[in-house]
Design a protein around this ligand. Structure first.
Ligand code: FAD
Length: 391
């Protein structure tokens, strides 16, 4: 693996840097830098700008509306994006259902859905988890009964991120009770405006509305919205999860977060001393930077495999564990550096710089990072089984 960038790659990086400097709206740049959640209008507005440039689906091939970049170009783009203060696109369309439709969808499904995802015109959400099926996803009960040319859906999905923003959901449903648990599951695409869909908000510990419970009461979905064969949904779902776990590693955004912390440590004082001169702050920053470097090089190995046409494989579980632990540690250090200035109930806004004032939101939200995308305990089981040959 050669990790020196070529002259062409460096020229590409400069072009991306310039375009982002000219096009990321200042309000979005500001909010993203302080990790303040965006509204749907802000998120979609930015995604449409990217879509018009052809960079929203940054890892898609040209034939489906992506830029056709190499793995190295995608990496360079992602680092530039994070440093320009641009948010990641909502993952459910471009990173999850899009690649699934490319791999398993019919020609009609590709034509119907992919252009709208690549243009930022339609938001998606992921309907996998249920009140009694999270880590043990194969126990899901939401049923899809065939009636003529439709499936009729009944049941409920929970923890559905951005369901209240979404135009469509990709979901796992039970189409057979008879087969082995995994064999009775199918992968369906549904319109969130279908009669019988109800969305109930769940407000998380950071005080924001990201999550929902979604109820289905005799929701009719045309059979043509089935992806892959009936009963093959488990295979489709596993394909998607591997990609979900590599994107969750979040190397580019953690690089930006460390950079922000180092700048903050030089600007802010604690008891009259520049924070960057405090041994504890220096030690913790150094430890996190070393961990990030190790994660980045492991991610390079995965990118190299993907560039050679291989799937990310069980290594994506390693990236998910280390990446999310690092995100939590970074948000914790920012909160602790701010100390009383990071208190979310601080009412006098002039008492703390914005980086500290907004430190509690990501700190609280990122407690969930070791749970979503398959909990870190489950990832450790995967590593034990697939990489260490245990169990
Ligand atoms: C912020 C957030 C966003 C989410 N977004 C979505 C979404 O958009 N769509 C969606 O479908 N889901 C989403 N989820 C759900 C997420 O995928 C589940 O929460 C996760 O899979 C864990 O399932 P559970 O909550 O039912 O916990 P459980 O499966 O009940 O697990 C409880 C605890 O037991 C541990 N555990 C369970 N089984 C084992 C085992 N075999 N070995 C060792 N330990 C085990 C788990 O690690 C966990 O600590 C989201 C969750 C969060 C927190």
């Amino acid at each position: 693996m050669d990790i020196d960038f070529t002259k062409e790659e460096l020229a590409f990086r400069d072009e991306v840097r310039q375009w982002l400097a000219d096009n990321v709206p200042p309000e979005i740049r500001k909010k993203t830098s302080y990790t303040i959640p965006l509204t749907k209008e802000e998120q979609q507005g930015w995604e449409r700008i990217l879509g018009r440039k052809g960079w929203l689906a940054s890892h898609w091939p040209k034939e489906y509306g992506g830029p056709g970049w190499s793995a190295t170009q995608r990496y360079l783009y992602d680092v530039e994006r994070a440093f320009a203060g641009a948010p990641l696109p909502s993952p459910f369309g471009v990173s999850m259902v899009g690649p699934v439709i490319m791999a398993y969808g019919t020609t009609e499904q590709k034509q119907r859905y992919l252009p709208k995802i690549a243009a930022g015109e339609e938001f998606w959400c992921q309907g996998y988890s249920e009140p009694d099926a999270g880590s043990d996803l194969a126990s899901l009960k939401t049923s899809a009964q065939r009636e003529g040319d439709d499936y009729v859906i009944n049941g409920s999905k929970i923890w559905t991120t951005q369901a209240h923003w979404a135009d469509r959901m990709f979901c796992l449903v039970r189409t057979s009770q008879e087969a082995k648990k995994q064999r009775g599951i199918s992968f369906l695409l549904l319109d969130m405006k279908s009669p019988g869909v109800t969305i109930r908000p769940i407000v998380t510990i950071d005080g924001h509305h990201h999550l929902n419970q979604v109820f289905f009461d005799n929701v009719r979905v045309p059979v043509e919205n089935l992806v892959g064969e009936e009963g093959d949904g488990w295979t489709v779902a596993k394909h998607l999860l591997q990609f979900e776990r590599t994107t969750i590693a979040g190397v580019a955004d953690s690089k930006k977060a460390i950079n922000n912390l180092k700048e903050l440590a030089q600007e802010e004082r604690d008891g009259g001393v520049i924070m960057g001169d405090l041994p504890d702050v220096r030690r913790r920053l150094a430890e996190l930077e070393i961990d990030l470097l190790a994660l980045e090089y492991s991610n390079f190995r995965t990118l190299d495999a993907v560039a050679r046409g291989e799937s990310p494989g069980p290594e994506s579980s390693l990236l998910k564990i280390k990446g999310t632990e690092l995100q939590q540690a970074l948000s914790q250090l920012r909160l602790e550096m701010g100390a009383n200035r990071s208190m979310p109930w601080l009412t006098d806004q002039t008492l703390a710089p914005p980086a500290f004032r907004h430190a509690a939101t990501p700190y609280f939200f990122l407690r969930a990072a070791t749970i979503y995308g398959g909990s870190n305990e489950i990832q450790k089981n995967v590593i034990a089984k697939m990489l260490l040959g245990l169990g």
